[in-house]
Design a protein around this ligand. Structure first.
Ligand code: FPP
Length: 243
Protein backbone atom coordinates (compact mmCIF):
# COMPACT_ATOMS: atom_id res chain seq x y z
CA UNK A 1 0.00 0.00 0.00
CA UNK A 2 1.26 3.49 -0.74
CA UNK A 3 2.16 5.38 2.41
CA UNK A 4 0.84 8.89 3.08
CA UNK A 5 2.82 11.78 4.48
CA UNK A 6 3.44 11.34 8.18
CA UNK A 7 3.66 7.55 8.09
CA UNK A 8 6.94 5.85 8.80
CA UNK A 9 9.52 6.39 6.02
CA UNK A 10 9.78 3.57 3.51
CA UNK A 11 12.16 2.24 0.92
CA UNK A 12 10.97 2.12 -2.69
CA UNK A 13 10.54 -1.45 -3.90
CA UNK A 14 11.66 -0.57 -7.44
CA UNK A 15 14.08 2.23 -8.38
CA UNK A 16 14.80 3.05 -12.04
CA UNK A 17 17.71 5.29 -13.02
CA UNK A 18 18.56 7.27 -16.16
CA UNK A 19 22.33 7.52 -15.78
CA UNK A 20 23.14 10.75 -17.58
CA UNK A 21 26.09 13.14 -17.71
CA UNK A 22 29.11 10.93 -18.37
CA UNK A 23 30.12 13.06 -21.36
CA UNK A 24 29.76 16.35 -19.47
CA UNK A 25 31.70 14.95 -16.51
CA UNK A 26 34.56 14.04 -18.86
CA UNK A 27 34.44 17.36 -20.70
CA UNK A 28 34.66 19.19 -17.37
CA UNK A 29 37.91 17.41 -16.72
CA UNK A 30 39.23 17.89 -20.30
CA UNK A 31 38.93 14.15 -20.88
CA UNK A 32 37.37 12.20 -23.74
CA UNK A 33 33.74 10.99 -23.45
CA UNK A 34 34.86 7.38 -23.06
CA UNK A 35 36.69 8.27 -19.84
CA UNK A 36 33.33 9.54 -18.60
CA UNK A 37 31.70 6.18 -19.31
CA UNK A 38 34.54 4.36 -17.53
CA UNK A 39 33.97 6.58 -14.48
CA UNK A 40 30.25 5.87 -14.88
CA UNK A 41 30.87 2.16 -14.34
CA UNK A 42 32.34 3.03 -10.93
CA UNK A 43 29.10 4.80 -10.02
CA UNK A 44 27.10 1.76 -11.17
CA UNK A 45 29.05 -0.43 -8.71
CA UNK A 46 28.42 1.98 -5.81
CA UNK A 47 24.72 2.39 -6.54
CA UNK A 48 24.06 -1.35 -6.99
CA UNK A 49 25.54 -2.02 -3.53
CA UNK A 50 23.77 0.98 -1.98
CA UNK A 51 20.41 -0.13 -3.40
CA UNK A 52 20.84 -3.70 -2.23
CA UNK A 53 21.96 -2.55 1.25
CA UNK A 54 18.96 -0.21 1.49
CA UNK A 55 16.55 -3.08 0.79
CA UNK A 56 15.51 -2.02 -2.72
CA UNK A 57 14.09 -5.18 -4.37
CA UNK A 58 14.38 -4.12 -8.04
CA UNK A 59 16.88 -1.71 -9.59
CA UNK A 60 16.64 -0.86 -13.31
CA UNK A 61 19.51 1.00 -14.96
CA UNK A 62 19.32 2.57 -18.43
CA UNK A 63 22.71 1.43 -19.71
CA UNK A 64 22.23 1.84 -23.49
CA UNK A 65 19.18 3.15 -25.32
CA UNK A 66 17.98 2.10 -28.75
CA UNK A 67 18.91 5.66 -29.82
CA UNK A 68 22.49 5.34 -28.51
CA UNK A 69 23.43 3.30 -31.62
CA UNK A 70 23.53 6.66 -33.45
CA UNK A 71 26.53 7.86 -31.43
CA UNK A 72 29.99 7.90 -33.05
CA UNK A 73 31.23 4.36 -33.74
CA UNK A 74 34.23 4.49 -31.35
CA UNK A 75 31.93 5.55 -28.49
CA UNK A 76 29.44 2.75 -29.23
CA UNK A 77 32.29 0.22 -29.42
CA UNK A 78 33.73 1.46 -26.12
CA UNK A 79 30.33 1.19 -24.39
CA UNK A 80 29.89 -2.36 -25.71
CA UNK A 81 33.36 -3.31 -24.50
CA UNK A 82 32.66 -1.79 -21.08
CA UNK A 83 29.49 -3.84 -20.81
CA UNK A 84 31.21 -7.03 -21.94
CA UNK A 85 34.16 -6.68 -19.56
CA UNK A 86 32.38 -5.39 -16.47
CA UNK A 87 29.37 -7.69 -16.53
CA UNK A 88 31.40 -10.89 -16.45
CA UNK A 89 34.00 -9.45 -14.07
CA UNK A 90 31.27 -8.66 -11.52
CA UNK A 91 29.06 -11.71 -12.07
CA UNK A 92 30.48 -14.02 -9.36
CA UNK A 93 30.52 -11.26 -6.75
CA UNK A 94 26.94 -10.21 -7.61
CA UNK A 95 25.84 -13.86 -7.34
CA UNK A 96 27.43 -14.10 -3.87
CA UNK A 97 25.56 -10.96 -2.84
CA UNK A 98 22.24 -12.36 -4.07
CA UNK A 99 21.90 -9.92 -6.97
CA UNK A 100 20.21 -11.38 -10.04
CA UNK A 101 21.10 -9.61 -13.29
CA UNK A 102 18.38 -9.50 -15.96
CA UNK A 103 18.64 -7.80 -19.33
CA UNK A 104 15.74 -5.95 -20.93
CA UNK A 105 16.11 -4.74 -24.53
CA UNK A 106 17.20 -6.06 -27.88
CA UNK A 107 20.21 -8.18 -26.94
CA UNK A 108 20.34 -9.60 -30.45
CA UNK A 109 21.43 -6.15 -31.71
CA UNK A 110 24.63 -6.32 -29.63
CA UNK A 111 28.02 -7.50 -30.85
CA UNK A 112 28.46 -11.22 -30.11
CA UNK A 113 30.93 -10.68 -27.24
CA UNK A 114 28.71 -8.26 -25.33
CA UNK A 115 25.54 -10.32 -25.93
CA UNK A 116 27.18 -13.51 -24.73
CA UNK A 117 28.68 -11.79 -21.65
CA UNK A 118 25.21 -10.49 -20.82
CA UNK A 119 23.62 -13.95 -21.19
CA UNK A 120 26.38 -15.61 -19.12
CA UNK A 121 25.96 -12.99 -16.40
CA UNK A 122 22.23 -13.73 -16.31
CA UNK A 123 23.02 -17.45 -15.90
CA UNK A 124 25.70 -17.00 -13.23
CA UNK A 125 23.52 -14.68 -11.13
CA UNK A 126 20.22 -16.48 -11.84
CA UNK A 127 19.84 -17.75 -8.25
CA UNK A 128 20.03 -14.26 -6.66
CA UNK A 129 17.01 -13.50 -4.46
CA UNK A 130 18.02 -10.31 -2.66
CA UNK A 131 17.74 -7.83 -5.52
CA UNK A 132 16.98 -8.00 -9.24
CA UNK A 133 19.27 -5.73 -11.25
CA UNK A 134 17.60 -5.03 -14.58
CA UNK A 135 19.93 -3.60 -17.19
CA UNK A 136 18.18 -1.86 -20.06
CA UNK A 137 20.48 -2.42 -23.03
CA UNK A 138 19.52 -1.49 -26.60
CA UNK A 139 16.22 -0.64 -24.91
CA UNK A 140 13.46 1.67 -26.09
CA UNK A 141 10.13 2.16 -24.31
CA UNK A 142 8.12 2.58 -27.50
CA UNK A 143 9.68 -0.60 -28.91
CA UNK A 144 8.73 -2.51 -25.75
CA UNK A 145 5.13 -1.34 -26.16
CA UNK A 146 5.12 -2.31 -29.85
CA UNK A 147 6.57 -5.73 -28.98
CA UNK A 148 3.78 -6.24 -26.42
CA UNK A 149 1.19 -5.32 -29.08
CA UNK A 150 2.73 -7.86 -31.47
CA UNK A 151 2.59 -10.57 -28.78
CA UNK A 152 -1.07 -9.77 -28.12
CA UNK A 153 -1.81 -10.28 -31.81
CA UNK A 154 0.32 -13.45 -32.11
CA UNK A 155 -1.36 -14.87 -28.96
CA UNK A 156 -4.77 -14.21 -30.53
CA UNK A 157 -6.02 -12.12 -27.58
CA UNK A 158 -9.55 -10.87 -28.31
CA UNK A 159 -10.20 -7.09 -28.11
CA UNK A 160 -12.48 -7.54 -25.07
CA UNK A 161 -9.67 -9.43 -23.29
CA UNK A 162 -7.16 -6.60 -23.75
CA UNK A 163 -6.68 -4.74 -20.48
CA UNK A 164 -3.78 -3.43 -18.38
CA UNK A 165 -3.09 -6.91 -16.99
CA UNK A 166 -3.07 -8.80 -20.31
CA UNK A 167 -0.88 -6.04 -21.73
CA UNK A 168 1.53 -6.00 -18.78
CA UNK A 169 2.01 -9.76 -19.08
CA UNK A 170 3.63 -9.14 -22.47
CA UNK A 171 6.20 -6.55 -21.39
CA UNK A 172 9.89 -7.55 -21.21
CA UNK A 173 9.85 -8.22 -17.43
CA UNK A 174 6.17 -8.84 -16.61
CA UNK A 175 6.76 -9.95 -13.03
CA UNK A 176 8.53 -6.72 -12.04
CA UNK A 177 6.34 -4.09 -10.34
CA UNK A 178 6.36 -0.55 -11.78
CA UNK A 179 9.15 1.71 -10.52
CA UNK A 180 8.20 3.64 -7.39
CA UNK A 181 11.00 6.11 -8.03
CA UNK A 182 12.73 7.33 -11.21
CA UNK A 183 16.09 9.03 -10.69
CA UNK A 184 17.68 11.05 -13.47
CA UNK A 185 21.12 12.56 -13.08
CA UNK A 186 22.64 15.64 -14.75
CA UNK A 187 19.56 17.83 -14.59
CA UNK A 188 17.64 16.97 -17.78
CA UNK A 189 13.87 16.88 -17.29
CA UNK A 190 13.08 14.10 -19.76
CA UNK A 191 11.96 10.46 -19.76
CA UNK A 192 13.97 9.74 -22.97
CA UNK A 193 11.94 6.71 -24.10
CA UNK A 194 12.60 4.81 -20.86
CA UNK A 195 9.94 2.44 -19.38
CA UNK A 196 7.09 4.46 -20.90
CA UNK A 197 4.32 2.14 -19.70
CA UNK A 198 5.82 1.42 -16.28
CA UNK A 199 6.60 5.02 -15.20
CA UNK A 200 2.94 6.14 -15.23
CA UNK A 201 2.79 6.77 -11.45
CA UNK A 202 6.47 6.84 -10.49
CA UNK A 203 7.87 9.64 -8.38
CA UNK A 204 10.49 11.64 -10.30
CA UNK A 205 13.78 12.76 -8.76
CA UNK A 206 16.10 14.83 -10.92
CA UNK A 207 19.49 15.90 -9.62
CA UNK A 208 22.16 18.11 -11.22
CA UNK A 209 24.85 15.66 -10.07
CA UNK A 210 26.55 14.06 -13.08
CA UNK A 211 26.34 10.26 -13.16
CA UNK A 212 30.04 9.53 -12.41
CA UNK A 213 29.70 11.64 -9.22
CA UNK A 214 26.49 9.90 -8.11
CA UNK A 215 27.44 7.76 -5.11
CA UNK A 216 25.98 6.05 -2.04
CA UNK A 217 25.27 9.40 -0.33
CA UNK A 218 23.47 10.78 -3.42
CA UNK A 219 21.42 7.59 -3.69
CA UNK A 220 20.44 7.86 -0.02
CA UNK A 221 19.45 11.50 -0.61
CA UNK A 222 17.09 10.36 -3.39
CA UNK A 223 15.56 7.70 -1.12
CA UNK A 224 15.07 10.29 1.63
CA UNK A 225 13.26 12.64 -0.78
CA UNK A 226 11.09 9.73 -1.94
CA UNK A 227 10.22 8.87 1.66
CA UNK A 228 8.97 12.42 2.22
CA UNK A 229 6.67 12.39 -0.83
CA UNK A 230 2.97 11.72 -0.72
CA UNK A 231 1.93 9.33 -3.50
CA UNK A 232 -1.69 9.82 -4.44
CA UNK A 233 -2.27 7.64 -7.52
CA UNK A 234 -4.95 10.10 -8.67
CA UNK A 235 -6.75 10.19 -5.31
CA UNK A 236 -7.20 13.17 -2.97
CA UNK A 237 -5.11 13.48 0.21
CA UNK A 238 -8.30 12.95 2.25
CA UNK A 239 -9.13 9.70 0.43
CA UNK A 240 -5.60 8.44 1.06
CA UNK A 241 -5.85 9.21 4.77
CA UNK A 242 -9.16 7.26 4.93
CA UNK A 243 -7.62 4.27 3.05
C1 FPP B 1 24.75 8.90 -20.52
O1 FPP B 1 25.78 9.87 -20.47
C2 FPP B 1 25.28 7.57 -20.28
C3 FPP B 1 25.27 6.56 -21.20
C4 FPP B 1 24.72 6.70 -22.53
C5 FPP B 1 25.85 5.26 -20.90
C6 FPP B 1 25.68 4.78 -19.50
C7 FPP B 1 26.49 3.57 -19.34
C8 FPP B 1 27.31 3.32 -18.30
C9 FPP B 1 27.44 4.16 -17.10
C10 FPP B 1 28.09 2.06 -18.31
C11 FPP B 1 27.16 0.94 -17.94
C12 FPP B 1 27.93 -0.23 -17.56
C13 FPP B 1 27.42 -1.29 -16.91
C14 FPP B 1 28.35 -2.36 -16.53
C15 FPP B 1 26.00 -1.40 -16.56
P1 FPP B 1 26.01 10.79 -21.75
O2 FPP B 1 27.12 10.18 -22.52
O3 FPP B 1 24.73 10.95 -22.49
O4 FPP B 1 26.44 12.12 -21.06
P2 FPP B 1 26.22 13.59 -21.64
O5 FPP B 1 24.73 13.80 -21.71
O6 FPP B 1 26.87 14.45 -20.60
O7 FPP B 1 26.89 13.66 -22.97
Amino acid sequence: MPKSRGEESHVPRHVAIIMDGNGRWAAGKFLGRIRGHIAGVGAVRKVVRAASDAGVRYLTLFAFSSENWQRPKPEVEALMLLLERNLLAEAEELAREGVRVRIIGKLDDLPKGAASAARKTEEITGGGRKMDLLLAISYGGRQEILDAVKKIIVDGVKPEEINEETFRQRLYAPDVPDPDLLIRTSGEMRISNFLLWQLAYSELYVTDVLWPDFDEAEFKRALDVFASRERRFGKTSEQLTRD
